[in-house]
Design a protein around this ligand. Structure first.
Ligand SMILES: [Mg+2]
Length: 394
C-alpha cells in the first residue's frame, strides 16, 4: 500500500475560546475566583486572565499530504508555538512518509531538548503529532481510535468539570468536579468556605454521586492535607492537582496523608514518559491526567499509558474533547472521560472547543456511543468562520 508523503506543514494562531479554554469572557465560572498559585498576590486572585492565563492563544497545525489531504489539530501555544512549527519542526515532516509518526516524534523531541522538554515546546510537538494522526486517519478513511487498536467498550461515560455538579447529575454525568475557589492565602476562612461549598454540593447530589476538587496547583502540602481530611466526611472521591507540578515529593507525601480510599490525581501540566515516570515511581498519584494536547500528543500518551498500566494507575486525560475520546475508548485503564462544562454557568452541555471545531461530538445523558467517533481522523473540522493568522512561514 503506497501512501502519500507530507508536502507542507503550516501553523496558525487563533484567539478566544476553543483550545484555549481559559480565554473566556467576564462572568464565566472558569475565571471566577479560582484558587491558583498566583492567588497569594491579592491583585491576581479574582481572575486568571489577570495574570495572563490567556496570553498564548490557540495554535492550529495543518499538515498537507502530497495528494492534497489535510490533517489538523488545535492546542494551546499561539504565536510561539507557530514559530517552533514553521522554523524548526517543519524540516522533520516535509518529505517524510505520513506513517513516520514514531521517527518524527523522536526527531522533534531530540532536536528541541536544549530548549524544550516540557511546557510550550511539548504543547507544540503535541499539536503536530495530533495533526499527523488526523492526517493518517483521513488518508486511510479510518477513525483514530481504530488506528489505535480499536474500541474496548461500546460507549464512553463522563464526569463533568464545572461549578455545578448538582446540574451535572441531572444531566446524567457520573460525577462532578468543582474548581477549588480559595487558596492558602485566604487562611482559615477560605478553608472553611471551600469545605462549605463541598458540603452544600454533597447535600444537593446525595451520597452516591462522585464529587471531586480541582485545585489547579494552588496549595501547599499542609493545606492540601487539611483540605483532604476535612473533605473526607463529604465523600470527596479525589483531590486533583493540589500542588505545583514540580513538587513530586509533596505529591508522594500527600498521597500518604489523605484519608484511606480518597484518590490523589495529577499530571495535567506534566509532559512526556519521563515526567510521568517520575509521578509513577515516586507514588505521587492514583490517576494520571495527561492533556493529550500538552503531554506530547497521542504518540507519547500511548507510552505513558503503558507505563501507568504496569503501575496499576489509571489514565484519565484532561479535557481536550475528541483528542482524548479516541484514546480513552481504546484503553482498559482509562474507564471514563472528563467533560469540561464550557457554558458560562455550567448549566448546559456545549461543545468544548466551540467555536473552533465543527462536528464535535458531546455526551448525551453523560454518555457517548463509540459510533459517535466513527469518522476519519479525529472526525472534526476547523470552523472556516474563525479568523486564522499565519504569523510565520518557511
Ligand atoms: Mg484539572
Amino acid at each position: 500500500m503506497t501512501l502519500p508523503t507530507i508536502k507542507q506543514v503550516r501553523a496558525y494562531t487563533l484567539r478566544g475560546g476553543g483550545a484555549d479554554y481559559h480565554d473566556q469572557g467576564d462572568g464565566h465560572w472558569i475565571d471566577d475566583h479560582i484558587a491558583t498559585p498566583m492567588a497569594k498576590y491579592p491583585e491576581y486572585r479574582q481572575s486568571r486572565r489577570s495574570f495572563g492565563i490567556n496570553v498564548l492563544g490557540t495554535l492550529v497545525v495543518e499538515v498537507e499530504a502530497s495528494d492534497g489531504t489535510v490533517g489538523f489539530a488545535v492546542t494551546t501555544g499561539g504565536e510561539l508555538g507557530a514559530f517552533i512549527v514553521e522554523r524548526h519542526l517543519a524540516r522533520f515532516l516535509e518529505g517524510a512518509k505520513v506513517t513516520d509518526l514514531e521517527k518524527i516524534w523522536d526527531q522533534m523531541y531530540l532536536s528541541t531538548l536544549y530548549y524544550g522538554r516540557k511546557g510550550i515546546v511539548l504543547n507544540t510537538i503535541s499539536g503536530v503529532d495530533l495533526a499527523l494522526w488526523d492526517l493518517l486517519g483521513k488518508l486511510r478513511q479510518e477513525p483514530v481510535h481504530q488506528l489505535l487498536g480499536g474500541a474496548v467498550r461500546d460507549e464512553l461515560q463522563f464526569y463533568a468539570t464545572g461549578a455545578r455538579p448538582d446540574l451535572a447529575k441531572e444531566m446524567g454525568f457520573i460525577g462532578g468536579k468543582l474548581p477549588l475557589q480559595h487558596g492558602p492565602a485566604e487562611g482559615e476562612e477560605g478553608l472553611r468556605k471551600n469545605l462549605e461549598a463541598l458540603a452544600t454540593m454533597r447535600e444537593r447530589v446525595g451520597d452516591d454521586f462522585w464529587l471531586m476538587l480541582d485545585c489547579w496547583m494552588s496549595l501547599d502540602l499542609n493545606y492540601a492535607t487539611r483540605l483532604a481530611q476535612g473533605a473526607h466526611e463529604f465523600g470527596l472521591k479525589w483531590i486533583e492537582e493540589a500542588l505545583p507540578p514540580d513538587d513530586y515529593w509533596g505529591y508522594a507525601e500527600l498521597r500518604r496523608n489523605v484519608p484511606r480510599g480518597m484518590l490523589v490525581t495529577t499530571g495535567e501540566h506534566e509532559a512526556t514518559r519521563w515526567g510521568f515516570r517520575l509521578l509513577l515511581e515516586m507514588g505521587c498519584c492514583d490517576i494520571l491526567q495527561p492533556d493529550v494536547g500538552w503531554c506530547g500528543g497521542l504518540t507519547e500518551l500511548i507510552r505513558i499509558s503503558a507505563l501507568a498500566d504496569a503501575h496499576n494507575a489509571l489514565v484519565v486525560p484532561h479535557g481536550s474533547s475528541v483528542y482524548s475520546y479516541h484514546f480513552v475508548i481504546t484503553r482498559t485503564n482509562s474507564p471514563f472521560a472528563e467533560f469540561l462544562m464550557m457554558a458560562p454557568k455550567a448549566d448546559e452541555v456545549v461543545p468544548m472547543f466551540h467555536p473552533q471545531l465543527l462536528d464535535e461530538p458531546v455526551p448525551v445523558r453523560g454518555r457517548m456511543r463509540a459510533s459517535a467517533l466513527d469518522r476519519p481522523g479525529f472526525g472534526v473540522r476547523l470552523n472556516p468562520e474563525c479568523a486564522l493568522e499565519r504569523p510565520y512561514s518557511h
